[in-house]
Structure formats: C-alpha cells, structure tokens
Design a protein around this ligand. Structure first.
Ligand SMILES: C[S@@+](CC[C@H](N)C(=O)[O-])C[C@H]1O[C@@H](n2cnc3c(N)ncnc32)[C@H](O)[C@@H]1O
Length: 251
C-alpha cells in the first residue's frame, strides 16, 4: 500500500473537507477542484528566471499521495499543480519498480516525486533547464523524505544512462522545432521495452504530435483523453538509429 508522503511534516493539511474522498489507506484528503492552469509565463523555461522570487506552495493530492510542494515565480504553474500534470498522474500506469526513470521537464517536481514515491526502488531523474525550479525540486524531495530522486540540468545526465520509463508534461511552448529536438534526444534514451507517457493539451497539438512521433518511429497510442488533454503512451524505437532531421514530417 502506498505511503502518504509528507504527512508528518505538514500537520496542517486538510483532512476531511466536504468533498473528501476515502482512499485505500483510509486516509482522507480534500480533492481540490480541477482547474485549468493558465499561469504559463513566457519565460518559465529560462535557465535563470529574472522574475522576483516569491516563494509559495501548492498541494498535489492524488488518491495514493499527498505532497505540499514549494514553488516560486519564474517557473511553470507556481500557483497550482497544472491540470495536464494531474491528468497524467491520474491516468498513467504504475512506473517500473526498478531502474532509472526520467521526468523530462520536471519543474518543481510533481511528476518526479510521484514516480519516486510509486517506485521507491527506482532512481528517478528530474531534468530541467530552469535552475530555480530544480532548487524547488530538491527541497521538495527532501521535505517528502524521498532519497531516490536526482534533479539535474539537462546536460549533466550521464551519457550512457537509459530509462525504463519517461513521464513528461513537455514544454510545448518552446516551439515545435525545439520540442521535437528535445523529444528526439530523450526518447532515444528509452531502454528496450520502455514506454514514455506524455501529456499534451489537445489545443496545443497533441494529435499532430502523436502523428509526428509515429512518423519518426515511435508508435504512440492515446492512453487517455480528459479535460482537453491527451496522455500519449510512446514505445521505445525498435532500433536506436534515430534520424537527425528533427523537424521533417512536422504537421
Ligand atoms: C509544461 S512544464 C512541466 C513542469 C512540471 N513537470 C510540472 O508538471 O509542473 C515543462 C518544463 O520543461 C522545462 N524545459 C524547457 N525546455 C527544456 C529542455 N530543453 N530540457 C529540459 N526541460 C526543459 C521547462 O523549464 C518546464 O519546467
């Protein structure tokens, strides 16, 4: 049975709000209304955000886990856990129990920490370009007592590392060429038999991304469609010889 993380550190959590739902552990949590996060600043993927620091917290409440997460200005969705992230975490199958797992574009870590808690024997890598977000991620892992996470800039992951699973709410707003380059780089690092789960808003091109993935040799199936988001399950390429033209075939 999954442990509820961070309870001992955050005594003030809501326990039995009117919309609370029972869980397998008997622990009751308030399920906040799902709201679409529109707080996607222009520069959430800056390496060193210029926005004045204003620390905050958000609660990530899932049926099996509850984290209170530190956030700040200058990163993705600092006021609430993004709805796409929630949809992913609500619908994705359990991650592999062991091996190296990747959260691509981890931000302050809601996906990284969920993977780490669901697979405590695995090592979970949270990769991002935003140093402020990575600092929050580290603090959040420590507060949750998770020692199987590694937050890193994208260019310091050991080159030979392969991932048994990748979960990502990818940075669509970097633009199609950069997004395709990012996915080409990291999907090539899936282990044989590995699966990547990506959540993408339908309005932001999930269906064309799904087609592009298929054309590039990564068959992608739609695992879930909810609240305007698609969760795509992407299989590791049969061979590792991915082509280098990252934008050809772009819809
Ligand atoms: C949509 S946000 C998701 C953040 C976090 N996973 C969440 O669910 O709240 C995408 C993240 O990708 C990061 N990102 C942008 N370009 C990147 C790159 N080249 N490599 C790694 N991460 C990148 C952004 O800084 C941002 O934190």
């Amino acid at each position: 049975m999954m442990r509820v993380r961070g309870r001992e550190r955050h005594q003030g959590f809501p326990r039995a709000a009117p919309d609370a739902t029972p869980t397998n552990s008997g622990f009751q949590v308030a399920r906040p209304a799902l709201v679409r996060s529109a707080d996607v600043g222009e520069h959430y993927f800056a390496k060193r955000p210029q926005a004045q620091s204003r620390p905050g917290t958000v609660d990530l409440v899932l049926p099996d886990l509850h984290f209170r997460l530190a956030t700040d200005r200058g990163m993705f969705s600092p006021d609430r856990v993004d709805l796409g992230t929630r949809v992913l975490l609500d619908t994705v199958p359990p991650p592999p129990a062991t091996g190296d797992l990747l959260d691509l574009g981890c931000g302050y870590g809601p996906i990284t920490l969920t993977m780490a808690a669901r697979s405590p024997q695995a090592i979970v890598w949270g990769v991002d370009v935003n140093e402020r977000a990575l600092e929050c991620g580290w603090a959040n892992a420590q507060a949750a007592g998770l020692d199987n996470v590694r937050f890193s800039l994208d260019d310091v992951i050991p080159a030979g590392l392969r991932f048994a699973a990748i979960w990502s709410n990818p940075p669509i707003r970097v633009g199609k060429p950069a997004l395709h380059a990012l996915l080409t780089t990291w999907l090539a690092r899936l282990s044989p038999g590995g699966v990547a789960h990506l959540v993408v808003q339908k309005n932001l091109g999930s269906d064309s991304l799904q087609r592009w993935l298929g054309e590039r040799g990564w068959p992608a199936e739609r695992l879930a469609s909810r609240a305007g988001y698609r969760v795509l399950a992407v299989r590791a390429a049969e061979n590792t010889g991915q082509t280098t033209d990252q934008t050809e075939g772009t819809p």
